[in-house]
Write a protein that binds this ligand. Structure first.
Ligand code: RP5
Length: 162
């Protein structure tokens, strides 16, 4: 089995429908990943252990999604040098602007590469992780180029009536 180089973590089971978009992209591109629930507030010890061991376990990118007071991506970035890609999960109360602001405005020294709110952001997180890995993986780079070309080719020249 391929070595797991991407960790997808999320604050709650309720984040999975969003974060699955990242997993779907990685499946399409043949990138091995793990998916775990790691909550900054509900399971802080789990967060600490995950961050402490991430680099040693061979993770190259961590995709972290959370909603509301979304501290998971930033706290993970504080605990590991493995690059963290943050996904603000859309919330009912504030539509995910709360999540975005909680994730994006990191202090100097602990970056989180913050994606768009919701499903598009999660899918882009998968593509971002694949792009990072592709800098050192020619076969993946070829698959990613083909994925991007297929997307471009699927866009019609002209709009259609329904
Ligand atoms: C955050 O609280 C999670 O990331 C989730 O987006 C949000 C709500 O969690 P649940 O109450 O649905 O478990 O920690």
């Amino acid at each position: 089995m391929a070595e797991i180089q991407v960790g997808i973590i999320m604050g709650s089971q309720s984040d999975w429908p969003t974060m699955r978009e990242a997993a779907n992209i990685l499946d399409e591109l043949g990138v091995a990943y793990e998916a775990k629930i790691v909550s900054a507030h509900r399971t802080p010890d789990r967060l600490w252990d995950y961050g402490k061991t991430a680099a040693k376990r061979g993770l190259k990118v961590i995709i972290a999604g959370a909603g509301g007071a979304a501290h998971l991506p930033g706290m993970m970035a504080s605990k590991t040098r493995v690059p963290v890609v943050g996904v603000p999960v859309q919330t009912k109360a504030l539509s995910g602007v709360d999540s975005l602001y909680s994730i994006v405005q990191m202090p100097k020294g602990f970056p989180v590469a913050t994606m768009a709110i919701g499903a598009a952001g999660a899918a882009n997180a998968g593509l971002m992780a694949a792009g990072i890995l592709a800098t050192h993986d020619d076969a993946l780079a070829t698959r990613l180029d083909a994925w991007r070309e297929a997307l471009s080719a699927s866009i019609p020249d002209e709009p259609q009536d329904d």
